[in-house]
Design a protein around this ligand. Structure first.
Ligand code: ADP
Length: 582
């Protein structure tokens, strides 16, 4: 029951709804005491032949009035209590989502998407149930159960009541035991559901690869296996769950047995009337629901406990990249000075960057080249604090990048990654993503700069064409250019093209680069590329090899020294010649 303590903050917040709901529930519980009493009175009139039409009509009127009132009250307590529980789910869902948006790459590397989705759906549902049905069953089992027992004891026979309550403690012991079993099996079932979710997510995103390699059968087999696992684990939950109702029915059955056994004796002795015995057994019938509710309560609470723990452990993960106190809120501008002694990802010991020292003056273009895995992307991601934890310092506009708020730092930088991502929205919305209030003129301008405008106007709906996962298929080059337009629309101080021209042809690449040169005068641009022609005109070129700077200078300087750059340049020139020759 500690889950109710943990959710106390919420109950306090929703005090009004819960109090009102509970008061209405209490009224319903009191009103439900009336019918058994009425039945007893009517039966007693019948046995002594004193029932008149007036008396019967009076009691029927009472029953009808009670039924209508209960109908209205039940409607309202549901709105109050279940309404509040939906608000709890909404609150936690929003909290989780906000938390997800704050977490860095490390977090997403550790947690699988399917697992995160399971937390946001199944677990929140279990918590919502605790705050709704959990409260209902708790209050109802205590109030209705308590009222019925008190009425039986005070108005009929305390002796018979005590006798009939003898089996009840056994029920408490058993349901408690089942609760512990349920907790364990439910936890496992939720974990299996997380894995299944993950599997589906991965298979659907990777469906093209699966089909290309003809792995549909293997993938389906693995899905079937995981799906069976989920079913097995849920059956284990159901097995424990199934123990509750029969146990409770058995105990209630024993109570009925005792009631008839001893009640009939009391009637014979004259201690009770027949009407009272009938009322008594009807009250006993009224106890079935509170008892069932009590068993169900354990079940709900255990699920809520397991799910609340899972959600909390997720929320407890700290953002690993935070702002310093009193962080600078203005957008940085100026020179960028790298001075990195070393950097390794937290997940491995391998040194990814070492001794990276260079200065990039405001307005210059920097080209970074080198083999795949040399560390180019890592070097760039450190600049906008997508990753942290290096030895050394990076300065932007004279201040360490750590002294800026992340928001300010990132608003200065437009990063176009290798693995571009388009949202399922219109082309125009994708381009204006970072500047939602951009005019259509600004959107056109960014698209023209990225040399994608002409492609877009050929689409059936032009700028209103929906792209992304559920939209039209675009070529890799078109996607890349839309991603570039998205970065250009904010006219960033620093534009980073991280191998983001790889899928466009050499001519378009040249056209894009030359319009960038014209339009971004005074602004800094960083380009990494496999094609050396893309960085040939840069003010500064860095060759990265195995995490270190192996060569450094302008194109002309690098062509004058022997090394990777010169070799690669000649090789690429030769390839162009061969292609053109062919
Ligand atoms: P490049 O952009 O030059 O291809 P990267 O910066 O992507 O190189 O990678 C440099 C090295 O860091 C590689 O050895 C890569 O395996 C490793 N690496 C990249 N990202 C991660 C990560 N998130 N966790 C651990 N290692 C990583």
């Amino acid at each position: 029951m500690s889950i109710f303590k943990d959710l106390w903050w919420f109950f306090k917040k929703e005090k009004r709804s819960y109090m009102l709901g509970i008061i209405l529930l209490a009224f319903v519980a009191l009103l439900e005491l009336i019918p058994p009493k009425v039945i007893g009175i009517v039966v007693d009139h019948l046995t002594v032949n004193t029932l008149t039409k007036d008396i019967l009509l009076k009691w029927l009127g009472v029953l009808l009035g009670m039924a209508i009132t209960v109908y209205v009250l039940r409607y309202w307590w549901r709105i109050m209590i279940f309404g509040a529980s939906v608000r709890l789910a909404r609150l936690l869902r929003n909290q989780l989502f906000e938390h997800f948006t704050k977490m860095s790459q490390n977090f997403y590397q550790k947690r699988r998407i399917g697992d995160l989705m399971a937390h946001s759906t199944n677990d929140l549902q279990a918590i919502q149930q605790t705050a709704g049905a959990g409260i209902l069953t708790l209050v109802d089992s205590l109030l209705t159960g308590g009222f019925v027992m008190i009425t039986m004891a005070l108005t009929i026979s305390w002796k018979l009541t005590l006798i009939c309550l003898i089996p009840m403690p056994f029920m408490a012991i058993l349901t408690n035991h089942y609760g512990t079993l349920l907790h364990k099996s439910f936890h496992k079932a939720q974990e299996a559901f997380s894995s299944l979710n993950d599997k589906v997510q991965e298979s659907i995103s990777g469906i093209k690869v699966i089909k290309t390699f003809g792995q549909e059968k293997e993938d389906t087999d693995s899905f079937v296996k995981q799906s069976k696992d989920v079913v097995d684990k849920n059956i284990s939950v159901a097995r424990v769950d199934a123990l509750f109702d029969p146990t409770i029915s058995l105990i209630v059955g024993i109570s009925f047995f005792l009631a008839i056994l001893f009640g009939s004796r009391f009637v014979m002795n004259g201690e009770m009337t027949i009407g009272e015995l009938i009322s008594f057994t009807t009250y006993l019938g009224l106890l079935i629901w509170p008892m069932l509710a009590f068993g169900w309560l354990f079940n709900i609470v255990e699920r809520g406990r397991a799910s609340y723990d899972r959600v909390n452990s997720l929320l407890a993960e700290k953002e690993d990249i935070t702002d310093v106190r009193g962080a600078i809120m203005t957008r940085p501008t100026g020179d960028i000075q790298y001075n990195i002694q070393s950097f390794a990802y937290p997940t491995s010991d391998e040194m990814v960057l070492k001794d990276i020292i260079f200065t990039l003056h405001k307005g210059q273009t920097l080209g970074i080249v080198g083999k795949t895995g040399a560390g180019k992307t890592t070097l760039l991601k450190l600049l906008f604090r997508e990753i942290e934890g290096y030895e050394g310092d990076i300065k932007f506009g004279g201040n360490s990048i750590d002294s800026y708020s992340r928001e300010a730092l990132r608003s200065s930088i437009g990063y176009v990654p290798q693995d571009h991502f388009l949202f399922s929205a219109t082309v125009a919305d994708n381009i204006s993503f970072a500047k939602p209030d951009a005019s259509i003129g600004e959107i056109y301008e960014a698209a023209k700069l990225a040399h994608i405008h002409h492609d877009i106007i050929q689409f059936t709906d032009g700028y209103e064409t929906v792209v992304g996962e559920r939209g039209v298929s675009l070529s890799g080059g078109q996607k890349q250019r839309i991603s570039i337009a998205r970065a250009l629309i904010v006219d960033p101080e620093v534009l980073i093209l991280d191998d983001s021209l790889s899928a466009v042809d050499a001519k378009t690449e040249e056209a894009i680069l030359s319009s960038l040169k014209q339009n971004r005068q005074g602004k800094t641009t960083v380009i990494t590329s496999h094609r050396l022609s893309a960085i040939e005109h840069a003010d500064l070129i860095i060759v990265l090899d195995n995490g270190g700077i192996s060569q450094y200078g302008t194109h002309r300087e690098l062509m004058n020294e022997t090394g990777w750059y010169k070799d690669m340049y000649h090789r690429q020139q030769l390839e162009i010649l061969v292609e053109h020759g062919g």
